[in-house]
Every structure is written in structure tokens, then in C-alpha cells.
Design a protein around this ligand. Structure first.
Ligand code: CO8
Length: 257
């Protein structure tokens, strides 16, 4: 499939993915999900890509699911459209590499859900966030009911989901929805800097951090500790990156991964 909505540029091991349907505020339609599924497959196979960044073209990051596509769906089709988006956004968490949302503008409904499927979120000071589904008589369908309370705690999540209030970047930072905010003109460069910093770290450790944290969130604390200890051990011993990192520290040199 040829890409019509997603533009991807790979620079210094960073795949910069721009969602581009600016006339519809980058609203998410079936074609978007099909393209994104294909792209996730391709990037997962590309060993040269170490980090993926997702951003939006124009004044929106993504203003939600495409209301024009949804309006005439029946219940069964609505559930299928929900599962389609849930699967795509969950696939970001299953990738070995970090996936970062660079939120340049409106991140509403399905747009915020897309951002929450990423590993973390960097935003422009001009970005706006909200879950406006109840204004349309809907509930979220791409896992905001599950991810938002895990990220912000239940009170802030229920407040946003029930009021449909649109919040700014400072408030999003305060409640833990985004991790950093930057002026609009420096958002992409600052996000690239964060990506480059991650790329300089032990690659196996980065992959395992993602895996252990994400798997751990779905298991008991005790099982999560067991998983951590097991994965910790795999980084030790000759030929492993933990051994190289610790040796380099003691020899006062840069590690060679
Ligand atoms: N879907 C389709 N088209 C959209 C969407 C959208 N979500 N958002 C904006 N557009 C279109 C507008 O219709 C308009 O098109 P046109 O020029 O043809 O009239 C164009 O984009 C520009 O939009 P505006 O003129 O409204 O621009 P403003 O700058 O005045 O406002 C806003 C920008 C505030 C972003 C405004 O467009 C808005 O409120 N958009 C809708 C936001 C929204 O309600 N999002 C939630 C959608 S529901 C959802 O995401 C549920 C996800 C789960 C689905 C589960 C599957 C069943």
C-alpha cells in the first residue's frame, strides 16, 4: 500500500512519522489505521531505526477519530472500528524501540489516545488535550478509559472523561499526561535531542526497560520483580552490554555497544 496519510523520514536512526490530513485536522480514518499497521511492521523489521517519533501536520496533532466516517456505523461496525484503533495503538507498546509522541497541537479524543499508546509524550506549549467523546454522546474507543487513569490517576482521568474539558500543556504536564513541554518552534529539535540521548544508551537495556515496564504493568508486583531480576541477569557476563557499560565506566571511557 502506498502511503497517503503518513510521511516518514528516517534521520540518524530516528523515524519521524508525520500524520498528514490537515484539512480534517488529521482525524483518524480506516486508511490511517491500515497505513500505520503497515508502517509499524516495516519499522519493526528495520534494524537501522532506533526510535520512532509521531507528530501531526498543521495545527492539530490529531483531532480524534474521523467523525464523518463514524457517524453512519451500526453497533457492530462501531465496535470493529474501536478494535481496529485499539490494536494499532497497542502495537506501539509491542515494538522493541521507544515510540515518542511529539504533540504539536490539538490532541483530542482518538488523538490523545494515540499519544497515550506511545511510550511517552513531549508537547508544544500551544498543544491542547481533551477527551470530548461525551459531547458527542460517545465514550472513548481507543483505550482512553484504560490508559488515562493509569497515566494520571483515576480522579484526573474521570474529570477529563466526564467534563470533556480541553486543557493546555501546563495542566497536561501537571497531571502527568505529558513529560516535557517546549515552545512550538523548538518542539521537534528538543524531541530529536531526547531521541538521540536514548540512542546513546545501552540498546539492549532500552529494549528491556520498555518490555519489563510494559509487561510489569499487566502483572502482579511480585511477578514484575521476578521478570526484572531475570532480565537484569541477561545483561551481565562477557559479551553482554551491561558488562561493557560497567567496564567502560571503570576504565573511564565511552562504552562500545
Ligand atoms: N473528524 C472529522 N473531521 C474533523 C474532526 C474529526 N474528529 N475534527 C475536525 N474535523 C474537520 C472539521 O469538520 C473541519 O472540516 P471542514 O473544513 O470540511 O468543515 C476541519 O476539520 C477543520 O475543523 P474546524 O473548522 O472545526 O477547525 P477549528 O480550528 O475551528 O476547531 C477543533 C478545531 C477544536 C479541533 C474542532 O475541529 C473540533 O472540535 N473537532 C472535533 C474534536 C472531537 O470531538 N474529537 C473527538 C472525536 S470522537 C473520538 O475521537 C472517539 C475515538 C474513539 C472512536 C472509537 C471508534 C468507534
Amino acid at each position: 500500500m502506498k502511503y497517503e496519510i503518513l510521511n516518514t523520514e528516517i534521520v540518524e536512526g530516528i523515524a519521524m512519522v508525520t500524520i498528514s490530513r490537515p484539512k480534517a485536522m488529521n482525524a483518524l480514518n480506516t486508511r490511517f489505521f491500515n497505513e500505520m499497521d503497515q508502517l509499524v511492521g516495516e519499522i519493526s523489521q528495520n534494524k537501522d531505526v532506533k526510535v520512532m517519533i509521531i507528530t501531526g501536520d498543521g495545527k492539530a496533532f490529531v483531532a480524534g477519530a474521523d467523525i464523518a466516517e463514524m457517524v453512519n456505523k451500526n453497533g457492530e461496525e462501531g465496535s470493529a472500528f474501536s478494535r481496529l484503533g485499539q490494536n494499532t495503538f497497542s502495537s506501539f507498546g509491542k515494538m522493541d524501540i521507544p515510540v515518542i509522541a511529539a504533540i504539536n497541537g490539538f490532541a483530542l479524543g482518538g488523538g490523545l489516545e494515540l499519544a497515550m499508546g506511545c511510550d511517552f509524550r513531549i508537547a508544544s506549549t500551544k498543544a491542547k488535550f481533551g477527551q470530548p467523546e461525551v459531547s458527542l454522546g460517545l465514550i472513548p474507543g481507543y483505550a482512553a478509559t484504560q490508559r488515562l487513569p493509569r497515566l494520571t490517576g483515576m480522579g484526573d482521568a474521570l474529570y477529563l472523561l466526564m467534563t470533556a474539558e480541553m486543557i493546555g500543556a501546563d495542566e497536561a504536564l501537571r497531571i502527568g499526561l505529558v513529560q516535557k513541554i517546549f515552545e512550538p518552534e523548538s518542539l521537534m529539535e528538543e524531541t530529536m535531542k531526547i531521541a538521540r540521548n536514548i540512542i546513546s544508551k545501552g540498546p539492549e537495556a532500552i529494549k528491556k526497560i520498555k518490555n519489563v515496564v510494559r509487561q510489569g504493568m499487566e502483572m502482579s508486583f511480585t511477578d514484575g520483580e521476578k521478570l526484572e531480576a531475570q532480565e537484569f541477569g541477561t545483561l551481565f557476563g562477557d559479551g553482554n552490554q551491561g558488562k561493557e557499560g560497567m567496564t567502560a565506566f571503570l576504565e573511564k571511557r565511552k562504552p562500545e555497544w
